[in-house]
Design a protein around this ligand. Sequence first.
Ligand code: GLN
Length: 539
Amino acid sequence: MNTKFIFVTGGVASSLGKGVMASTIGRLLQNRGYKITIQKFDPYINVDPGTLNPNEHGECYVTVDGYECDLDLGHYERFTDIKTTRWNSFTTGRIYMEVIDKERRGEYGGKTVQVVPHITNAIKENMLRTSKDNDLDFVITEIGGTVGDIEGLPFLEAIRQLKWELGEDAIVVHLAYVPYIAAAGELKTKPTQHSVKQLQSYGIQPDCIILRSEHPLSVDLRRKVAGFCNVRPDCVLHSPDVSTIYELPIRMHEDGLDEVILKLCSVSAADMASHSLSCNNDFNERWKNFVDLRVSASEELHIGFIGKYNLQDAYKSITESMSIAGTYKSRKVKCHFIDSEHITEANVADQLKGMQGYVICPGFGDRGIEGKITAAKYLRENNLPTLGICLGMQIMAIEFARNVLGYADAHSSEFSKTTQHPVIDIMEEQKNLVYVGNTMRLGGYECQLREGSKAKTAYADEKIVERHRHRYELNSIFIDEMESKGMIVSGKNPRSGLAEIIEIPANHWYLGTQFHPEYSSSVLNPHPLFLAFLDAVLK
Ligand code: GLN
C-alpha cells in the first residue's frame, strides 16, 4: 500500500480539539495494525514555540531529538507512543527561514522567490518528508489555526496541490462546530456550512466532516451537512463531549471513524485483513481498561502545582502525566495551581494546605522564584511528598544550600549575578550565545541511576534516557557538601557527569529532576517517576 496522507483542518472556532482528534485518528489506525506518524504545521511566524510565553501559547513540548515544538505533539505521543522528531513540527517562520536561507545561498538561480510556488513547495516537501524516511502506512497532518485565517493560506494551498497530485492517497478531514442556540432550541449547522464553503473557495473539498457538539446529532442533521457540503452522509461524524479525552478513540470508533477513513483512502479489504492479523489487539483492550479505570476512579487525589504560569495548558504534559499515573492508581487526580508569586514566609502553610502531594514546576526568569524557594523549605522541613522538575529541582538545591548548608546568598546565576554561592550555574556551552531560540540543552540524554536511591527503585533500571530543556545545571563544586548533609545526586549523565536527579533519602519523597519526565509519559506507558511519586503520596 502507498503511504496515505490525512490532512486535518479546523473550522468555526479554535480549541475544538483538533490535536486530540488527529491523535485519535492515529490511535484508531494503529489499533488496526497500521504504522503511522502525526505532524503539525502551525501558521505563526516564530520559528518554533521555544521563545513563546507558556501563558500565551501553552507548554513548549520537546522531542527526543531535541526540538522545541507545539504542545499538540505531546497529545500525539501520549495517544500513540510514537516518537516524534524535529520533522513532525513546522511553523510558517521555519518554512520562511528555510526558503530565505536558500535564496541567500543563491539557490533559486535568479528567480523571483514567491509564496507560490516557493513557500508552498517548501511546505509540500516537508509535509511529505516523514513518509520518505519511515515505512509508514499513514501520515496524519494537523494544520494549526482555523480555516479562513489569512496566515493559514499557504498551508491550505499546499494541501490543495498535494490532494491533486496524490489522488486517492490523500484525504481531508475537517473538524467543525455545531452550536446549540437555546433561544431557538436548535442545533445550528450554518457555521459549519460556511467554514466548508471557505475551504472549497481555496479549492479543497473535505472528504470527511467531524462535527464537534455537546449534543447528540440526528441522522437528519448529518444528512443536511452532507448535502450542503458535498460529503457522503456516512462521512459526517460526531465528536461528542467525553468525560476524558482518552475516551475519544472509543467513541469515534463507535461512530465509524476508522472505517470511514480506510474507505476514503481506498484501502482494500485484503489489506485491512492482513493488517488486522498482524495487529496487536492487546492495545485495544489495554486502552479500554485504562478508560474504564479512569471513569470509575472516584477517590480524589489533590496535587498542588507551585508555579507561575496558568494551569490550563502551560504545564500540560505534567498535569496529563500526573493524571494518567493517577488512573493507574485508581485515583482521580485534581491539579491545583498555587501561584508562587503569592507565597511568603508568613503565609506558606496556608498557601500549601489541603494538598496530598506537590510539584515544583519548571520555568524561566526570576518572577515567583522566592515564593518557590519558601515553598521548598516548607515541604522539605515538613517531609511532604514533593517532585521538582527542572527549575523545580534547581529550587530544591538552592533552598538546601541556603538553609542546610547555611549559604544565605545561594542562588542560580540565572537570577543573581553577584551571589558567592551559585549552586545552580550556567553550563559552559550556554555562555555567550547570540540566539536564544533552540540553543538550550535539549532532548534526550542518558542518566545513570544510583544504587539504593528512590530514583533507581522507581525506574527499576540502571540507565535511562530523558528529555531536557535548560541552560543551567547543578554546580558540581557543591555536590560533596550537599551529599554530606543529606541531599544526594541519584542520577548523573555518564559522559558529562552533570547531575540529573537529586533526592533526600531521609525524607519520605523529596526528589527533583533536571530533565522533564513528563515528555515521555503516555497512556499505555505511564512514567515510573510519576507512579512512584503517587505511591509515596498514597502511603
Ligand atoms: N530556567 C532554568 C534553566 O534554564 C530551568 C528551565 C526549565 O525549568 N525548563 O536551566
